[in-house]
Design a protein around this ligand. Sequence first.
Ligand code: GDP
Length: 699
Amino acid sequence: MINDNINVALIGNPNVGKTSVFNQLTGLNQQVGNYPGITVEKKIGFCKLPNNVKANILDLPGTYSLNASSIDENVVIELLLNKNDKLYPDVALVVTDVENLKRNLLLFTQIKDLEIPTILVINMADRMEQKGITLDLPYLEEQLKTKIALVSSRKGFGIDELKKLITTYKTISSEPCLNASVIDPEYFDSLRKAFPSQLLYKLWLVITQDVNFLNLERKEIQSSFTKSHTDLKRLQQKETIKRYQFINDVLKVALKVDISIAKDLRSKIDRVLTHKVWGYAIFFAILFIIFQSIFEWSKIPMDFIDSSFASLSSAAAKHLPEGVFTSLLSEGIIPGIGGILIFIPQIAFLFLFISILEESGYMSRVVFLMDKIMRKFGLSGKSVVPLISGTACAIPAIMASRNIENWKERLITILVTPFTTCSARLPVYAIIIALVIPDEYVFGFLNLQGLTLMLLYLLGFGMAIFSAYVLNKIMKIKGKTFFVVEMPNYKLPMFKNVAINVIEKTKAFVFGAGKIILAISIILWFLASYGPGKNFKNADSILRSKTENSTINEAELENKIASYKLENSYIGIMGKAIEPAISPLGYDWKIGIAIISSFAAREVFVGTLATIYSVGGSDNEDTIKNKMGAEINPITGQKVFNFASGISLLLFYAFAMQCASTLAVTRKETNSWKWPLGQLIFMSGFAYLVAFIAFQFLK
Ligand code: GDP
């Protein structure tokens, strides 16, 4: 090494072509050794530059940032912190890959903060045309306060310009390009005052990491400016976010990627998958297939779980001694656990498909495709997955919102997803539509019942989008969206990643939401199995004496007793108590009971009505329907389920937050009771209002 040569350090993320640039600059004039005491390779080369300037070129180990986490990275930091090192650079070349500028520039902004004259080398320029990338170099130079060399170390172009640029190192700015001390101004201010002769960012690096800092008493700095480990980590995170925000803002203007002019195979596939027409067509076709499969494949395991728990619960009732505990077990706990486990097939299949789409790289294209539209409503492109998954079940759908980085967009997605028509609404819709909408055709082919069902789906989706729009306008949460430049390469999904994701999501549901569903099932069991007063207790003898002379058979009598008990149970009393509140919507106390009990899950509505109307076995749909259809309101003398009250019920179930499990998941995902409560009040309040208006208009 020659001492009056200038020192040039090559710094960059791994795989940006740093070694290739090094080889271009130095040719065969290289020495390879080790850094003292460690096995990290030390490569120095020599380079003759124009105007008789000679340079030592030091190829430093690849590093992602100056937050050291390996010995390789330590080497870089220790050199840059030590002005007395004989290799301390006169100029640093930060090498970046034009396809990964956003990630690569993080390190660049940190090096700039060390006030070393820095040249930004943007490598792999030969790929720009193929990828449809254009750069506004003057703007970049101005914002980043640097000089830029656009090179291709593979094709060898730009290298001569780079050499020339290095010779002007004395005129290259050493000013930082952003002010990192804004992450904690007070703290940095006191740091500056305590060590006025030291560079602020150097002090910060010394405090945050375990590196040797020769000239300064490291202990002294660290002891007088200690912060807890978590505080330091938090500040470091804040620093990284600040840097990315700066980089995003700059790249938004300076970097354009136009895949419509790109030429490689990946871009050609991208062009189809993100096409204005084909992109959507392919996406909806894939969705269609996924939902068909989820419904088809889940049916068998769901039926299996359903029947297993039903027989388990009747076995428990039969074989255990009669009593409170047996009743709790067979009517509360076992059905409660069954009600949790029955969701597992749908959740598992949904996440199987989502993780395959994510792992393969396709999901990033969908997000890109939908982003513009969704953003108008305060949502993100990534909200598409939850909103669509919501047609199966809001629980996995809300869990699928986890990959939305921006908190406000994620929160809005969580809050509006329950409006999409989930599969639990189907049995409710099915029976009410069958009761109040005529099975007729309009225009010869449009079935009115089918049309109503479709309108209900559209209504749910429209309401989700509309409330997102409103929430976006009224919520005062700040959140910055990261600018998406990079799309991952397509690849075959890794089985292990997919499996882990499916298992994690399923576990999160069972142990998170499951607990609350179970608790509510037990409460509902209690409310339906106990009642105050004599009527409940003596239901058996009352009904037996009433029906003594009729020809009623034992099964029918049992049903009548169950129905009478329910009427006089706590939940029955609650149903009667809320009757004044729900009669303006067209409902009586029996529907009131069904509404209260179906708060655990909407599909309970049908089962509860079946018990109330003393219909043995809820599989006998026709009989339930007939009984419900014949029910007369004693006060008005009208049918209870008429067109007005039917539409009112449909609208109520379309909008009301009748799902304890969803509230439980929202609680878990937002880590606060505030949001699920808001959801409950808003959705159910809105449902009440709409159902009220509908009934009053139609009656
Ligand atoms: P390092 O890890 O930063 O030292 O990167 P290397 O020099 O080992 O290069 C990483 C990969 O990028 C290698 O496969 C190189 O062939 C490739 N590469 C390097 N420079 C260029 C370039 O200018 N254009 C293209 N297309 N590829 C390059």
